[in-house]
Write a protein that binds this ligand. Structure first.
Ligand code: GDG
Length: 470
């Protein structure tokens, strides 16, 4: 990172969930945030993950980082998190207006919790802090901070897709909500498609304008910068973990259990955006179309449950149980089960061993902001004998990983064909495709994503000078 005088002050990260060092479920993103925070002395603020009688704030200092976490009341949690964020914004932003369950009380709860976050955060901010807000739970946070007189640099990164304006306008009070992005100094998105959606929305729905240098102007005259920052993984560390995983007893045992069969792997939170029912259907079609593959291939789908409080997630879980049971019932033999469907999560080290064992990584979300599993699968391969990535065109990762076999996840026949092609792909072609993808992952890793976003954020400040907050 290039350090200049403008970089004085703390970095303050705000996200719905805060990954403290003691929590086990820490992905690469959490460690990268911690690295960025400890490097410059920082504060991480967000929901504690606990539901309590009142919204109490907890402080902790660990590993050079201050953590401030806030409990939520049951009503706040249900309206803000389980309600508006996960039953309105998540489905809509993933192009599922049919699943949107909008309730005014949820929106009010969402605004209430954002205001609460803003008030608590404003009281902790120092004048030279730089604030980085993450994801769809906290879209209006900067606008609320500005309303409290906060003039600090504030950046926002959206980890999920930003849908086309035609969909955004179906959201009640969308002008207030999406328009609130203008209160940030920088809005970061994963892909050029997301950026186009944002520009189109501001231009055509809000009557804003595009200014030279990638600035967007809101109708009230406020300008902000928006840019594409595709998130990466810690490529070197992930590849290293995969090399070491071979020695783990779990991985040895797992390999033995395959008895030489080719492995197809899927790893996803149990979420309707991940296209799991269609994926199961595509696999069934593969077995039907290519009877010779029966007993020669095994499909491991790891799907740790998430958001069990939301009815659609419970329905999806039942649907997948039925589907996996159906496929196994139809095709299994006494010594072979076509699908191993596992609702459990695993340590990253073990996961990387599974990835490396798999001949095919099957990543077929219907929509995904980026999809880190696709990148992790590639980074975990053995360069001498790499597997093949079958990837949805509608994952942000498809914009970068064109060495994958790109598919439309809704076309289960196309996915079945891609699977057959991946399983039969000659070594030379596999190596060539893998190398092309690995080059991208080495050039654009998690550290370079952090740097790119923060560089752009620090560069924005002069643009705000003279602007009024609020
Ligand atoms: C959101 C956006 C965007 C999964 N199972 C286990 C496990 N995982 C890890 C994976 C991966 C992470 O969880 C999932 O990340 P994804 O990117 O695939 O998907 P979302 O959770 O939906 O993330 C997405 C991302 O934000 C970042 O911007 O890419 O588009 O939706 O790292 O490895 N980790 C462990 N055990 C498991 O069983 N330890």
């Amino acid at each position: 990172m290039s350090a200049g005088p403008s970089r004085a002050g703390r970095l303050v990260v705000v996200s719905n969930r805060v990954a403290t060092p003691r929590q086990i479920a820490t992905g690469g993103l959490a460690s990268a945030m911690r690295a960025a925070l400890s490097e410059r002395g920082g504060l991480w603020f967000g929901w504690s993950g606990k539901i309590a009688e009142k919204a109490e704030l907890h402080h902790r200092h660990e590993g050079g980082i201050d953590y401030a976490t806030l409990d939520l009341t049951r009503a706040d949690h249900d309206d803000y998190y389980a309600g508006f964020a996960n039953r309105a914004l998540w489905p809509l932003f993933h192009y599922r207006p049919d699943l949107v369950d909008y309730r005014r009380s949820h929106l009010e709860g969402y605004l209430r919790v954002n205001r609460l976050f803003a008030e608590r955060l404003a009281a902790m901010l120092r004048p030279d802090d730089t604030v980085w807000v993450h994801d769809y739970h906290l879209i209006p946070l900067a606008a609320m901070l500005r309303g409290l007189g906060v003039r600090n640099r504030i950046g926002f990164f959206l980890h999920i897709p930003l849908p086309a304006a035609e969909l955004l306008i179906t959201l009640p009070r969308h002008r207030e909500l999406i328009g609130a992005l203008a209160a940030y100094d920088l809005v970061g998105l994963h892909t050029a498609r997301d950026l186009r959606a944002l520009e189109t929305y501001f231009l055509h729905e809000l009557g804003g304008a595009l200014r030279p240098g990638g600035l967007l102007r809101a109708p009230d005259g406020r300008t902000f910068r928006a840019g594409v920052f595709p998130i990466g993984i810690d490529t070197a560390a992930v590849a290293q973990a995969a090399r070491e995983a071979a020695a783990l007893p779990e991985i040895q045992q797992f390999k033995d259990s395959l008895q030489g069969r080719a492995l197809i792997i899927g790893v996803d939170r149990l979420d309707y955006s991940k296209g799991l029912p269609q994926r199961f259907e595509a696999y069934a079609q593969l077995l039907e179309r290519e009877p010779a593959l029966q007993r020669q291939v095994s499909f491991l789908q790891i799907a740790p449950p998430s958001r069990g409080a939301v009815p659609e997630y419970r329905r999806l879980r039942h649907e997948l149980e039925r589907s996996a049971g159906h496929i196994n019932g139809k095709y299994a033999t006494p010594d072979w089960a076509p699908i191993r469907y596992v609702n459990q999560s695993f340590p990253h080290a073990v996961l990387s061993g599974y990835y490396r064992t798999a001949r095919v990584g099957l990543v077929t979300p219907l929509r995904d902001g980026m999809n880190l599993v696709a990148k992790e699968y590639v980074a975990c391969q053995d360069p001498r004998d790499p597997g093949v990535l079958v990837l949805s065109r509608f994952a942000g990762a498809a914009q970068e990983l064109d060495g994958a076999l790109l598919v439309n996840p809704a076309d289960t026949t196309e996915v079945a064909e891609a699977l057959a092609r991946a399983l039969a792909m000659p070594l030379q072609e596999r190596r060539k495709r893998w190398r092309a993808m690995m080059d991208v992952l080495e050039r654009h890793d998690l550290g370079s994503w952090l740097d790119a976003f923060l560089d752009a954020l620090y560069a924005t400040h002069p643009a705000r000078a003279g602007q009024r907050g609020g």
